[in-house]
Design a protein. Structure first.
Length: 390
């Protein structure tokens, strides 16, 4: 197993320097045993100023990574955690450590009104922002993801396809980000993770039925992206992120999501609100006069967005613009139109999401037509097969 991993890493370095300096690998060798990546670190709060925390039973606070005991008690009533000058402020106490772990004997902790099992870790990051991470067993994590990513009343085969795609995506991240503070983001950027409170018995059963099943391409795991509605065609992964092209993530024609309620969307946003959002995301912009989508891909998505403003012109990758402005504002880049209307901009387009990998509304329609989860996955990830890891 070690040799396989080492060869994979070597090839990865070669292709990485040959293709593009910053392009991340999209193919990783599989460990032989599930236990080598069965815990997932999920970022449940990012860039937080303040976090509200509580636990029902006895709790313990430890410093990281040395695990020295900082505090303990029989019950943790609702309290605030804030970054402090030297570390982390925990209610009235100030711990001079940038990383702490909070463990509850009852096995669950409430963070900003969501319940998480197995405790949380809190990091004081740069600019005094808090990162809260929940480390959880992979299958438990999936039970918190599935009902948040797809309604539990949807057809069983669509839900099973989602379970396998979500497991593949999570385990790919667990392998590629194993040395980082967290592996996946618990929101739409990663996978929507509702925590322990979101689990649902119907979807829990489907996670168990597909236990250990992941997608592979020529024996290697890849990031099995998915999204809500493609509106006719999915697209290439490498157009959205700095990653290497992958044969299973090159786009397919999907005529199955026509009944999605997200086929068409429109949104009007105040220009000063757009300026604020772009600045918050780290882009230098003055007063915006015009926003032009361009460099259309074969699926009809804008690969670039040009923002003309009082200090110059900013050209952004389409997906970076969408995420900076907000994926609920610019739902998709497909057939994106932008028009100025007084002090606001009107956005309109088709579909919802980045458009890579499985289209969830398409998967729903295919399941209603009698397709199995295997057929659905083979359609959206051409050339991929289902492998069971133990
Ligand atoms: Zn579709």
């Amino acid at each position: 197993m070690k040799t396989r991993l080492a060869v994979g890493a070597f090839l990865f370095c070669l292709t990485r320097s040959a293709v593009a300096a910053e392009a991340e690998a999209t193919s990783l060798a599989l460990p032989n045993h599930l236990s080598s990546f069965n815990r997932i670190r999920v970022a449940v709060v990012q860039n937080g100023d303040e976090v509200t925390l509580s636990a029902n039973g006895a709790y313990r606070v430890e410093s990281l990574p040395d695990r020295s005991l900082l505090d303990r008690g029989l019950r943790l009533g609702e309290m605030k955690v804030r970054p402090s000058f030297q570390g982390i402020r925990f209610g009235a106490k100030d711990f001079r450590f940038p990383k702490i772990s909070i463990l509850s004997d009852s096995g669950s902790i409430r963070v900003n009104n969501k319940i998480y099992s197995s405790g949380v870790q809190i990091f004081r990051k740069s600019r005094g922002r808090l990162l809260v991470v929940n480390e959880v067993e992979a299958e438990t994590y999936l039970k918190g993801v599935l009902p948040s990513e797809m309604p539990p009343r949807w057809p069983k085969e669509a839900l099973k396809a989602q379970a396998v795609a979500s497991r593949t995506f999570a385990l790919f991240k667990a392998l590629s980000k194993k040395n980082e503070d967290y592996m996946v983001a618990g929101d739409v950027i990663g996978q929507v993770y509702g925590g322990h409170g979101a689990e649902h018995s119907a979807t829990d059963r489907l996670i168990d039925e597909t236990r250990g099943e992941i997608l592979t391409y020529q024996g290697q795991i890849f990031p099995a992206y998915f999204h809500s509605t493609c509106a006719g065609q999915t697209t290439h992964a490498e157009y959205n992120w700095d990653i290497q092209p992958h044969p299973a993530l090159q786009g397919v024609n999907c005529f199955f999501c026509l009944r999605s309620k997200y086929q068409r969307w429109g949104k009007e946003v105040q220009i000063n609100d757009l300026e604020r959002r772009l600045k918050n995301a780290g882009y230098q912009v003055g007063a915006i006069s015009r926003i032009s989508p361009g460099k259309w891909d074969a699926s009809g998505r804008a690969r670039e967005i040009e923002v003309r403003h009082s200090k110059g012109t900013l050209t952004l990758r389409g997906n970076d613009f969408r995420l900076a402005v907000g994926p609920h504002v610019v739902r998709s880049l497909k057939d994106l139109r932008v028009a100025r209307s007084g002090s606001s901009m009107k956005f309109a387009g088709r579909g919802w999401g980045h458009g890579v990998g499985m289209c969830q509304w398409g998967a729903k329609a295919l399941a209603e037509q009698g397709k199995t989860y295997r057929e659905i996955l083979e359609f959206y990830y051409p050339g991929a097969t289902i492998t069971r890891i133990r």
